[in-house]
Design a protein around this ligand. Structure first.
Ligand SMILES: CC(C)(COP(=O)(O)OP(=O)(O)OC[C@H]1O[C@@H](n2cnc3c(N)ncnc32)[C@H](O)[C@@H]1OP(=O)(O)O)[C@@H](O)C(=O)NCCC(=O)NCCS
Length: 266
């Protein structure tokens, strides 16, 4: 991580309206270029905890203030937006299938594979990870290395509200098709979410191996989660819940293994 203390201070001052008007766009562009190159990031792991760099999120928002909407085209297709699309996949050594779209200010690490998907500004995708068809990685969401984010998965973005933490998907996570994560949920290393798992900040999580409910907002490392339901306290109804059925075993590994041939020769 680049030492960015002074850049952070300047962004905070621009945010507070304490810098001259002509300074903002220059400094914000500097920050966005660093974000786009992967030199800075919205969140980083310190020990077991994730630290959010609020100033980077502020820079992303200020980028919208200082940029004008403009027409962009790709053949007959046209857009009208303030944020450019990311380019240079060959040099970045990222395999990017037609209609995969990543906005400038996201960072996709060498060796990742993008199927037709959408990756928003500030997001980060690690090496060896596949973002599969019709999945979306929201603004500032962090996806680790060697993950499979399956078809149609939604990973929530966090620019509004500003203080919100991004969704974090740690390394080696398998996220089954059509699932969704939002509200700063952390999915720890090696966790497996079956098809159709939804998890937000208040989603109840029940662990069968532990025989009890776990605190919400964090999916334990190597847990195998399936969609389920839990009874309310008064027993009057049930609500959707994530059920940890077990921790990864050989069978799970065999069913979720990444295929290296899809990642070769990038
Ligand atoms: C999670 C998954 C990998 C299975 O892992 P596994 O370790 O082989 O799990 P098992 O078959 O041993 O099942 C363990 C328990 O979870 C339950 N379970 C497994 N998958 C489930 C699912 N999708 N929904 C509900 N329950 C499920 C099983 O019924 C079993 O329950 P039991 O202990 O009461 O008998 C698999 O179900 C899955 O969802 N694969 C993802 C498919 C997908 O999205 N592919 C990507 C397409 S782009």
């Amino acid at each position: 991580m680049t030492d960015c203390a002074s850049l952070a201070q300047r962004i905070d001052k621009i945010w507070a309206g304490e810098e001259a008007a002509d300074v903002g766009p220059v400094v914000v562009k500097q920050a966005l270029d660093l974000l786009d190159s992967g030199a800075i990031r919205v969140a980083e792991k310190q020990g077991d905890e994730w630290k959010v760099n609020e100033w980077v999120k502020k820079a992303v928002l200020l980028h919208f203030r200082y940029s004008d909407n403009r027409e962009m085209t790709a053949g007959p297709i046209e857009w009208f937006d303030k944020v450019a699309l990311k380019t240079g996949w060959r040099d970045a050594k990222v395999r990017s299938v037609p209609t995969a779209i990543a906005r400038f200010g996201s960072f996709i690490e060498e060796g990742a594979v993008l199927m037709p998907c959408y990756i928003n500004i500030g997001a980060r995708v690690g090496s060896g990870t596949m973002i599969d068809t019709w999945s979306t990685v929201g603004s500032c969401a962090q996806v680790g290395k060697n993950c499979h984010i399956s078809g149609g998965v939604g990973i929530g973005g966090v620019l509004e509200p500003l203080q919100a933490s991004p969704v974090i998907i740690e390394d080696d996570v398998f996220f089954g098709a059509r699932g969704e994560a939002a509200e700063g949920v952390v999915i720890e290393e090696g966790a497996v979410l079956a098809m159709g798992c939804y998890v937000a900040g208040s989603t109840k999580i029940y662990s069968v191996p532990e025989g009890r409910e776990l605190p919400p907002g964090r999916i334990p490392a190597r847990s195998v989660c399936v969609p389920g339901a839990l009874a309310s306290r008064d027993g009057s109804h049930q609500t959707y819940a994530l059920i940890i059925k077990k921790y990864r075993d050989e069978r799970t590994d065999a069913r979720t293994a990444l295929t290296s041939i899809l990642r070769e020769g990038i």
